[in-house]
Design a protein around this ligand. Sequence first.
Ligand code: URA
Length: 321
Amino acid sequence: MSDAPLSPAEARHELFELAASVRALVDWYDMTGVTGVPRGVVVEHEHAPAPLRAPVPAQAYAPTAPVSRDAPQPPQRSAANSFEHQAPHAQPVRPPPTSFEQQRYPVQAAPAQPVVRAPVVRADAATPTERMGRLSVLAAEVQGCRRCRLAEARTQTVFSRGDPFAELCFVGEGPGAEEDRLGEPFVGAAGQLLDKMIAAMGYRRDEVYVCNIVKCRPPDNRKPAPDEMEACKAHLVQQLDLCRPKYIVALGATAIQGLLGTTEGIMRLRGKWKLYRGIPVMPTFHPAYLLRQPTAKREVWMDLQEVMARLGKKPPGKTTG
Ligand code: URA
């Protein structure tokens, strides 16, 4: 590009081009339901006007390098008690059946077809308000998603529950019958056990974030098929990029396999730190498995204590030691 000053005609032309680009972007926001653009937003979308596009760093989906064992060791875990002994009085409190994002930033349900893709605010550049707005748009997109056969039988999509900006996120497999009915993850029998695990770790139910690998119920509570997990993967990646939890607990084989893209079983992976896009993940057993195998609660409690040690959390009632 030349440094020579622009002629008045060239300057006018450039100004017109810039104005047209801004107009196109504002129109596009209008069309996709974005109602405000905070200062300094960096946008990226294939249809965004070229002068306003920002480069997006290439990111691998699921780096699987184990977390260094040289890191400071957490305090000794107690295997003596299960999480149920740790929080004997914890009562699960059921919030209204809409997600945190939907309550705060209500958006219209997206039409099933065609799905209009929203601009991607780069998660690393976004403020909490922008991230919350993007989560709302994403939840609405998920509501209209028909990328796989699970869309045919669902009552509704199940996006998340809890605080999107929580330090700790639990990822499960996919909604069951109760979740499909109520539109919220982990509200059935397995969810009640998960609530006990959360309380035993010293969190209130709404202080953590909970979501699933797939957002629609697989019929007959079967495991989601690989192509269904693949179809939903982009939703989960965006969701977790926007939430940015410090730690993730992967509940069961499907959760850890979906996060890491591995086929290794939960029996081998359980209790060993992994990394998902830079976030340490602790794989553990699914609460539904614990309902069938209550003796496995002991191992899960050890895994949860690993996470608590990293987060500096003590079981409720324990202030020392
Ligand atoms: N099991 C899951 O994996 N997720 C839910 O939301 C409910 C049960």
